[in-house]
Design a protein around this ligand. Structure first.
Ligand code: NI
Length: 168
């Protein structure tokens, strides 16, 4: 397994819209393994392929805290089943060090495929619903900072650019 570099806001590659996964082969499963490894190493609970500069509709999650319950979603789609908005503090491996409240629908029904291309469906609420919506946003070129005020977003952008220059 390999650890992949994670793109950081405001990198323009985070704005690309990902294409559907069409081939579920060994190479694809290696990507899934590498993304899980990258997420675990970074102490994250979710990672979208976009964040490692692979523009395919794929995301991985593990909300267990034990790093032993990986979930794989290829070509994920969701519908809202509870319109009521729920506020939750979000962070992102592509926006390191920043945590902000974001409002999203409380419950969703998700349809996706696993690493072998097998379709599945699940209902998600709470943190799982937040994470899936956050990661699907990545596949559409969207980041959680887009839900903040322009002022807040600019401030985060400025601070991260400064950090990135320092470490470049
Ligand atoms: Ni994220």
């Amino acid at each position: 397994m390999a650890q992949l570099p994670i793109l950081e806001f405001p990198d323009p590659r985070l704005r690309k819209v990902a294409a559907p996964v069409t081939v579920f082969d060994e190479r694809f499963r290696t990507l899934v393994e590498d993304m899980l490894e990258t997420m675990y190493q970074a102490e994250g609970i979710g990672l979208a392929a976009t964040q490692v500069n692979v523009h395919q509709r794929l995301l991985v999650l593990d909300l267990s805290g034990e790093k032993d319950s990986p979930q794989v979603f290829a070509n994920p789609e969701f519908e809202v089943i509870e319109q009521e908005l729920h506020e939750h503090q979000e962070g992102c491996l592509s926006v390191p060090g920043f945590f902000e409240e974001v409002r999203r629908p409380r419950a969703i029904r998700v349809r996706a495929q696993d690493q072998h291309g097998k379709s599945f469906e699940l209902e998600a609420r709470g943190v799982l619903a937040v994470c899936i919506q956050h990661e699907i946003d990545h596949l559409d070129g969207k980041l959680f900072v887009d839900y903040l005020t322009p002022l807040k977003r600019q401030r985060i952008r400025g601070k991260l650019l400064k950090e990135q220059r320092k470490s470049a």
